[in-house]
Design a protein around this ligand. Structure first.
Ligand code: BEZ
Length: 282
């Protein structure tokens, strides 16, 4: 079986924004991320209540954020934040009025509308975003603390230790073979239970629950499309198109032995780190 991957760069409706994301492409390749089958465990942990104020950090194109909005009702308030303008534009179009572009790793750069509501939120929620916050995980904690009331909860799910095992090592191999330094290029932060629990505790949270949960994840669009979406504009952003294509083809080739079945269907083993923490009173 060949693993030649078609590049989709030339489709203008799927152009990426300055942060490297395209909401249209994300919705096409990765809608499983916000499917109810995959999000119900973390939403049960959050248990949003009518009248609550909730911030969604890394809200993407807003599908879950809009569910939260429904859950809190007209007496509540839900705000979405994402580093991608493409995602935020899509979330606004879908009906999320309070949606802002910001890097949640830098508390001082949070939008004015949020900084004006410091320590007024009942909960900060995050799904499938915090593993992109490798630059400053403690910065994320400080942003969350800015938002929460004392006793407020921080509930989230992210890639954890051993997430998408195999893909990451194949990327490192393919890049090292081409004299790149995969360690500095690697954008992913996949902490263990021990490491994330320590981070939460050192930031002043009481951890009520934290666990690693393996999740078999069919990749219906194929690993090539997955790599184009999740890797081309992050891990491989310094590479030209030709070399990026070679790396993607080689990674698909290396991963096929574990991740592609006899019918040609792809799947990855996602490892979700799920947690529920509360902000201790000062
Ligand atoms: C994740 O959701 O765990 C993930 C998605 C893409 C790349 C890396 C991790």
């Amino acid at each position: 079986m060949t693993h030649e991957v078609a590049m989709v760069e030339s489709d203008p409706s799927q152009a990426t924004d300055a942060s490297g994301w395209s909401a249209a492409r994300y919705n096409q390749v990765a809608s499983f991320v916000y499917s109810s089958a995959f999000t119900s465990p973390v939403l049960e942990l959050l248990a949003p209540q009518a009248g609550e104020r909730i911030v969604d950090f890394g809200c993407g194109s807003g599908e879950i954020t809009l569910e939260l909005k429904k859950a809190v009702g007209s007496d509540g308030r839900v705000v979405g934040v994402d580093s991608s303008s493409s995602m935020i534009d899509k979330a606004k179009l879908a009906g999320l009025e309070h949606a802002f572009v910001a890097d949640i790793q830098t508390p001082a750069d949070l939008p004015e509308a949020l900084l004006a509501s410091t320590n007024q939120f009942d909960a900060v929620f995050s799904n499938a975003a915090l593993h992109w916050c490798k630059r400053d995980p403690m910065g994320v904690m400080l942003s969350v603390k800015r938002m929460l009331k004392p006793g407020g909860r921080f509930v989230g799910e992210m890639g954890g230790f051993m997430n998408c095992v195999g893909v990451r090592s194949a990327l490192h191999v393919a890049l090292r073979r081409r004299n790149h330094d995969p360690v500095t290029m690697d954008p992913w932060y996949f902490p263990s239970v021990h490491d994330y629990q320590s981070l939460l505790s050192s930031a002043g949270f009481k951890v009520l629950h934290i666990s690693l949960n393996p999740r078999y994840t069919p990749i219906l669009a194929g690993l090539g499309a997955w790599l184009e979406l999740f890797v081309r504009h992050s891990f491989l952003r310094e590479l030209g198109d030709e070399e990026a294509k070679e790396v993607i083809n080689e990674v698909a080739e290396l991963c096929a032995v574990d991740s592609q079945d006899a019918q040609g269907q792809w799947a990855l083993m996602y490892m979700r780190l799920r947690f529920h923490a509360v902000l201790s009173a000062p």
